[in-house]
Ligand binder design. Sequence first.
Ligand SMILES: Cc1cc2nc3c(=O)[nH]c(=O)nc-3n(C[C@H](O)[C@H](O)[C@H](O)COP(=O)(O)OP(=O)(O)OC[C@H]3O[C@@H](n4cnc5c(N)ncnc54)[C@H](O)[C@@H]3O)c2cc1C
Length: 392
Amino acid sequence: MKTVAVLGGGPAGAMAAAKLASGGIETVLLDEKLAWEKPCGGGVTWKAYDRYPFLLDNSVPKRLVTHTGLDDPRAGRAMVRLTRPLVIYSRKELNALLLDRAARMGARLLKERVQGLQRVGGGWTVRTRSGSIDADYVVVAMGARNPLKEFGSAFTPGDTMTALGYHVDTPQSHIDLQFFPRFEGYSWIFPRCGRASVGIGGKGESAQSMRQRLERWMELRGLPYANAQFYAHMIPALETGSWANNRVSGKGWMAAGDTAGLVDPVTGEGIYYAMRSGEMAADTLLDGSIPLASKHVAYREILRREIMDELEAGSRLAPKLYLRPFLFSGMTARMIQFIRHSPAVSEVMQNLFAGTQSYCDLKACLVARARRAALEIMQSVVLRRRLVEEVE
Ligand SMILES: Cc1cc2nc3c(=O)[nH]c(=O)nc-3n(C[C@H](O)[C@H](O)[C@H](O)COP(=O)(O)OP(=O)(O)OC[C@H]3O[C@@H](n4cnc5c(N)ncnc54)[C@H](O)[C@@H]3O)c2cc1C
């Protein structure tokens, strides 16, 4: 295998191209826009910058956020201090950083719209607006709206979330997440360098109704949207039953990032999984011990072990977290109350924000801390009562 065409230059494609080119493969990356302001919160978790320190160690403007407010009308508010901050990028800056890195490693970057992909002999012909490009292997990383329907996840309507919002001016420096009863999703304020991203993402509700929900919330928060720039996109959020047959690779091709449905169905985090899956695709292609004909099978297997099993566990949790009643209220409401009263639960939350708490063992972890949490909650309630008595 001499040449690889990487289709798409977001985090998944840029990471794949950088690794392939640095491994000596002739790599061409095609993206219709190259670096652009994709609708996205731009939040990068500790898990991502711990694995890829260059995400912190650069001069590109970015914001380190150390506090997140969580709200639910049934429970009020809790503030979580992030011991490992979330780093927030403008997506144009982040994509440019990753694409420049790929170019420095030797990848050829072309600003081209991909229009088709055909199997020719044992290789591929990529059809673009201005001609065609031949390659031995392809990595498809054209995001959630991948136009090549034969390659990558075949999303059913239940496998995606709608996400929409506004870029607004606000001096706010912490993140806010707002939950709503009987809504599978949340709205957010993500401060960035420049305008904040204020949006809503979720399932099971029309885009129009979500937009109204968001606008009502923004009015309550005193965030004007009339002249703000509006954005809308989709986020993969595979249902539990869709993971088993998720089409992430085939003979001569691999899909990475959103094209392969690799987004956390609970939080919508996708940047880390895009970067990591792009890198895993490249690693599999560079691994001389795996025969060319079975590379797509090997890739699927390593994706399943490291990413897909975890995200599948997330897909089981998401509807329970957002929709199911729990202790005579909602789970998000109870979670906020527990966080307020119990440092043990707050610690689990911090780990979830950092990306270090796996969904696969979340239940076991909460059960293990239940005794400590119960004691902390009792102490907190008793202490509060004493204080009220003292004041009265
Ligand atoms: C509103 C919103 C908020 C989000 N917030 C966060 C967040 O805070 N943190 C987080 O981790 N994730 C977030 N995500 C998810 C994150 O944006 C994606 O998971 C991530 O961008 C996936 O990277 P990717 O490289 O797979 O795809 P993309 O970033 O979508 O990149 C795909 C690339 O393919 C190119 N392309 C598409 N079609 C063609 C074509 N025909 N020809 C050539 N090029 C093409 C596009 O120009 C694009 O550059 C959010 C998503 C949305 C919609």
